[in-house]
Design a protein around this ligand. Structure first.
Ligand code: DGL
Length: 277
């Protein structure tokens, strides 16, 4: 089973692209809605929450977990990959358990979209402060000019189902104006937070036509397909029933309503409490 984790409902934008490309596997989605947003929290807290979620998903039988959250990928992935949690699981004889993030696969291709060489990154405060995108993109495309814009109000708008309301316009315009004032040559804007695709229409309306907006769903789905084709031992362990279950740390009806907006179909969400073992 493949686990997909986000602080809230944003990771559903990644999950649906992955399921379109790789429909045969079983998926377990976990949104930590009760503690979202993560974006403005400290490194320690984001790491701790993400670690708890990863451990929970492993205990449910996931062999592979995608952190479908840029903030968690920026703040917690490396530590989780390097230290205690995976080590602990590997000691217990589960050598094949893996956690993947979504920043590196995005950074590896983002340079292909720009003609001017000027790329904008819209993300949470945590992702921006970590500099993860700048560092990873520079490894692949050293000549690109990267301009970052933190958009701390966008995730709360989506998590509260206010992203289509009039209030959202104010904050979309504010951050887009701020971004454009920093670099006039931007021709590519990456939505580097999995919640932001729900604000796509509003973002589009405040952005000059010639600037492309790039979402991560397809990029991550392609990259996962490629990863699985290169890791046969892990791939063989993944169950293939085409099923997907949705878990949330928040009350399930509230999250189910929101999840329906992302997935455009009714979903059942199970409430869970994360406890460390
Ligand atoms: N979807 C998460 C991301 O991609 C949002 C983080 C948050 O909870 O603020 O960064």
């Amino acid at each position: 089973m493949i686990g997909v984790f986000d602080s809230g409902v944003g990771g559903l934008t990644i999950l649906s692209s992955i399921r379109k490309r790789l429909p045969d596997y079983d998926y377990l989605y976990l949104g930590d809605n009760a503690r979202a947003p993560y974006g403005s929290r400290s490194f320690e807290v984001i790491y701790e929450y993400t670690w708890q979620a990863v451990d929970y998903l492993f205990r449910q039988g996931c062999e592979l977990i995608i952190l479908a959250c840029n903030t968690a990928s920026a703040k917690a992935l490396r530590t989780i990959q390097q230290v205690n949690l995976l080590e602990q699981w590997h000691k217990d004889g589960n050598n094949n358990k893996r956690v993947l993030g979504i920043i590196r696969p995005t950074a590896e291709v983002i340079g292909q979209y720009t003609k001017t060489g000027h790329v904008a990154i819209c993300a949470t405060e945590g992702t921006v402060a970590s500099q993860s995108y700048t560092i990873e993109i520079k490894k692949q495309f050293p000549l690109l000019t990267i301009t970052q814009q933190a958009c701390p109000m966008w995730v709360p708008l989506v998590e509260n189902n206010e992203h289509n309301g009039k209030g959202a316009d104010y904050f979309v315009k504010q951050y887009i104006d701020s971004l454009l004032s920093k670099d006039k040559d931007i021709d590519t804007l990456l939505l580097a937070c999995t919640h932001y695709p729900l604000l796509y229409n509003k973002i589009r309306s405040y952005l000059p036509k010639e600037i492309k907006i790039i979402e991560q769903g397809d990029i991550i789905a392609r990259s996962l397909a490629d990863y699985l084709s290169r890791h046969n031992e892990l791939e063989r362990q993944l169950s293939r029933g085409g099923q997907c279950r949705y878990l949330s740390t928040e009350q399930s009806q509230k999250v189910a309503q929101l999840a329906r907006l992302f997935l455009q179909e009714p979903v059942e969400v199970e409430h869970i409490e994360i406890q460390m073992r």
